[in-house]
Design a protein around this ligand. Sequence first.
Ligand code: ZN
Length: 382
Amino acid sequence: MAEKSRATVKKRTRSAAASGRGKFIAVASLLLFVVFQAFVYHFYFALPLSINDQPRQAFKGETIGKLLARKGIALQRGDLISVSGKVLQRGGGKPPLIEVNQKRTALDRVLKNSDSLFISNGTDVQERKIRLLEPLPQPTLQEDEGPFITLVTHGYPGLKMIQKGEFSQEIASEEIIRPPQPAIIRRSTNVPSLVVALTFDDGPDPIFTPQILSVLQREGALATFFVLGKKAQEYPEIVQQLIASGNALGNHSFSHPDLGQASRANIEHELATTERILTDIAGHNTKWFRPPKGSLSPLLISTAALMGYRLVLWDIDPWDWSKPGAETIYQRVATKVRPGAVILLHDGGGDRTQTVAALPKIIALLRSQGYYFVTLDQLPND
Ligand code: ZN
């Protein structure tokens, strides 16, 4: 009995040991399985990342497009909108923005661990604005009474800049670039006098323009100065002196290029820049334009006309710029003068000592012939 029970105890001990080992194996394999699952999940399926700074998970190998579809996120293009904000075309704006780690990318980009994804809908785009120049009509005024008619000034049409939406044609803005100046007709009982118009190009010049101005003042004569925008900008006080003494201004471009060869944009820029400078200095613009070197093209003529300019060259050119001597300059004017003549001289662009010297003689001779010296604005005939 004692023997038997000892054997039974032995047997029991052996089987208890066997069942303990079995449990350990089961727990261990379960643990291993869980660790394996976590390992697989972590390294195979789940990629931690962020969308717009919110933590999210993607599957390994998943593209941005698939991830967004799975999350139910649909990105939209922006719209094309008019200048007043109306939608002209749905989806006509910018495409959605998709960035990974602050670099733009596409929907087929495969996501990686810790990617920082930033997405947003496309922004709206406003239609382009086009600029149009429109003339503003000018009134005609009459002064005094009598049967004889002279034109005091042609005046000029105003100019309005309109910005319109390219597709909608909606008006975005309207700006009066230049108010219209009335044409003035003078009636009188006297026969109109003999007149000539002295014109000076390429100034203002700090040395020669004041000298010419003092000759004109001394002789009681007026002239028209075709100034360069860049010189006027440099010497605004000389331009002011010219106007204060009753002389007229003309636009001779900003930088004296050959505008007969220039594009429309270039012509407009040269004229408009000078126009702004002169308006700033004088408080009004000029209607007169003389192209540098007298160089012309159909485009130049039409562009200047559309901007409201009257284009003027000259009748008499004594070539004073070539410095032929004061006496020659005087003789060339004296032999060619006729009523209504426009005489070309230069106050800038070089040494104008000869022009300054010839001027008192020219004025004295023409005055003795009965001429009056007027600005282009006062010249009655075109
Ligand atoms: Zn010139």
